[in-house]
Write a protein that binds this ligand. Structure first.
Ligand SMILES: [Zn+2]
Length: 190
């Protein structure tokens, strides 16, 4: 990839359409790092938030249930199409995004870096331990067995991290609730 792709001019992180993640209960450092990381993605890419704090997400151990320090699920959208955010990282875009998150975290909140957990290094659930959870990033600690480890790859070289000013608290999600929340409710009841 050429250096030109890392100009920091892509749009910052956005809320995904029709979803209502609670980002105010995600640590400020993680929201800032992910928001700024999105601006380093290649042209034509945006990054949207699918999920933040959700007390009903997954199992009781889910990092999405950690109030005030919840996980984020992110989706890369390229040319208006969502890039599959679990399983093998065929495009390399999720590995790139995680490296940028690490870079922004290192520049902004170095004390949080050892806590940064990259879903591409672990499975989407205990039932699918070999399916990388590409979209997921949290503060549950650097962990996982799926290589390469983002912490070993490190940030992308020659990128200026720590520049974008990120608003805090983040804006309220737009629109009424929420097709997606309702869908999840229906799933739980089944
Ligand atoms: Zn997640």
């Amino acid at each position: 990839m050429t250096e030109k792709q890392y100009t920091g001019t892509a749009p910052p992180l956005k809320h995904g359409a029709g979803k209502n993640p609670d980002v105010r209960n995600v640590a400020r450092g993680l929201v800032e790092a992910a928001t700024a990381a999105a601006t380093h993605m290649p042209e034509g890419c945006t990054v949207v938030i699918d999920e933040g704090y959700n007390p009903r997400h997954g199992t009781i151990h889910s990092q999405h249930r950690v109030k005030g320090r919840a996980a984020l699920d992110l989706c890369v959208v390229r040319d208006n199409k969502r890039v599959r955010n679990r399983g093998e990282d065929k495009t390399g875009l999720y590995t790139l995004l995680h490296r940028h998150i690490l870079g922004e975290m290192t520049a902004r909140y170095p004390e949080l870096v050892p806590h940064l957990g990259h879903g591409c290094n672990f499975g989407t659930s205990s039932r699918h331990p070999e399916e990388p959870d590409l979209m997921h990033v949290d503060l549950g600690g650097d962990r996982g067995h799926i290589k390469p480890m983002i912490s070993e790859l490190g940030p992308v070289p020659n990128v200026e991290y720590g520049k974008l000013r990120v608003e805090w608290p983040p804006p309220e999600p737009k629109g009424p609730p929420r097709a997606w929340t309702e869908k999840m409710e229906r799933r739980k009841r089944r």
